[in-house]
Design a protein around this ligand. Structure first.
Ligand SMILES: NC(=O)c1ccc[n+]([C@@H]2O[C@H](COP(=O)([O-])OP(=O)(O)OC[C@H]3O[C@@H](n4cnc5c(N)ncnc54)[C@H](O)[C@@H]3O)[C@@H](O)[C@H]2O)c1
Ligand SMILES: O=c1ccn([C@@H]2O[C@H](COP(=O)(O)OP(=O)(O)O[C@H]3O[C@H](CO)[C@H](O)[C@H](O)[C@H]3O)[C@@H](O)[C@H]2O)c(=O)[nH]1
Length: 341
């Protein structure tokens, strides 16, 4: 019988991580989710995966985790990931994100793990003036959050040189959407991302959506972002897992097409058939006017080809999940945790 690979997924109860876990399980991997459930949800982890509750900041917990399981690969999603929060509290990012990743990489190296996938970010590139942003665009992080991810990318560069641990740094642009079959979605508390907030307004949970500035140098004055379906991100993770047998890599992940905030709201009106009230507010500090990815490299190298590139489908899947789960994951069944010592 072929060896079934075991993958550790930190942050696997969160938005992007849970979609990757579902894909891994569907493809026959054995999956261990490690999550402190600060933003994650038990109900987002399938019964086929083990769920270990714990915090990356605890070396004692990591010791128990790595004694209880032998991992072939690690997908590392667990992180603080809000640009605005990082501008107010850089320590949470430049210290916590980096030290947690450093500990994890050390445990991985000590335990012979040869493959590591990092959730990195478009914020690595700050405010570039040329679009689209490919892997040769100058790195100039736009915030302590982006800087923390860049520091982790460098840690992984040296883990390859020193320990022969191959890594993939996947710089997502704006992750959005929900599982096409409606069983997984985006549920953060507090929510800060545009699409779920807009859908909250459509659902009558918020009175209006505030547009953060309409005086940007774009065709309607609002910021342009490249929204990427969370299932297409999951597919990219699966592809790089096999590619990592041979070498380390870095890929920018987006659809290569940008939409303004107003276009997102308009599309959500069409998809939901609901009125969505808007108020124009001040710019949010640190927001670049335009971020659009070039993902030519991963298309060429790994044949990655997004299944859900259009914004309408991305928003429709998010809306379907919202309609099926009006209370988010809260109303779902509670599942058992695995003790690791
Ligand atoms: N959502 C996006 O648009 C986006 C864009 C670029 C990069 N990213 C990166 O992708 C990753 C996943 O993002 P997401 O939107 O799914 O976030 P999320 O908050 O939904 O998921 C993160 C998960 O990690 C867990 N976690 C956080 N800190 C932990 C710790 N110290 N120990 C154990 N568990 C911990 C949380 O409980 C949560 O379940 C993050 O690393 C984020 O920086 C996200
Ligand atoms: O209430 C809101 C929320 C957002 N926006 C605007 O909508 C766009 C998207 O904002 P999000 O907060 O949804 O996403 P960000 O582009 O700020 O951030 C996302 O992409 C970044 C990379 O560029 C990071 O990786 C981060 O983790 C990820 O959430 C931005 O122009 C923002 O100004 C609003 O106008 N009103």
């Amino acid at each position: 019988m072929p060896h079934q690979e075991t993958v550790l997924v930190t942050g696997g109860a969160g938005f992007v991580g849970s979609h990757c876990v579902a894909e891994l399980v569907a493809r026959g991997y054995s999956v261990v989710v490690f999550d402190n459930l600060q933003q994650g949800h038990r109900a987002a982890v399938p019964a086929e995966a083990e769920l270990v509750e714990g915090d990356l900041a605890s070396p004692a917990t990591l010791t128990r985790l790595f004694s209880a399981f032998r991992f072939d690969a690690i997908l590392h999603f667990a992180s603080n990931s809000l640009v605005g929060e990082s501008m107010r509290n850089p320590h949470l990012y430049l210290h916590d994100n980096v030290v947690n990743a450093l500990n994890l990489v050390q445990f991985a190296a000590d335990n012979g793990v040869r493959r590591f996938v990092l959730s990195s970010t478009a914020n690595l590139f700050g405010m570039p003036d040329r679009m689209p942003i490919d892997e040769n665009t100058e790195i100039d992080p736009g915030s302590p959050y982006g800087e923390s991810k860049f520091m982790i990318e460098r840690i992984l560069h040296w883990a390859d040189k020193v320990h022969g641990m191959h890594s993939a740094c996947l710089r997502y642009f704006n992750a959005a959407g929900a599982h096409p079959d409606g069983h997984l979605g985006e549920d953060h508390d507090p929510e800060t991302h545009l699409i779920p907030l807009v859908l909250d307004v459509a659902a009558g949970k918020r009175p209006h959506i505030e547009i953060f500035g309409d005086d940007y140098p774009t065709h309607d004055g609002t910021c342009i972002r490249d929204y990427i379906h969370v299932s297409d991100l999951a597919d990219a993770h699966i592809r790089v897992l096999s590619a990592l047998d041979h070498r380390s890599c870095r890929y920018n992940l987006g659809n290569g097409r940008g939409y303004t905030v107003r276009e997102v709201i308009e599309t959500a009106r069409r998809v939901t058939g609901r009125d969505i009230a808007v108020k124009v507010g001040a710019r949010r500090p640190g927001d670049p006017p335009v971020l659009i990815a070039s993902s030519e490299r991963i298309r060429r190298d790994l044949g990655w080809d997004p299944r859900f590139p259009d914004l309408e489908t991305i928003i429709r899947h998010a809306w379907d999940w919202r309609c099926r789960n009006p209370g988010g994951y809260e109303s779902g069944p509670v599942r058992e945790l695995v003790a690791v010592g």
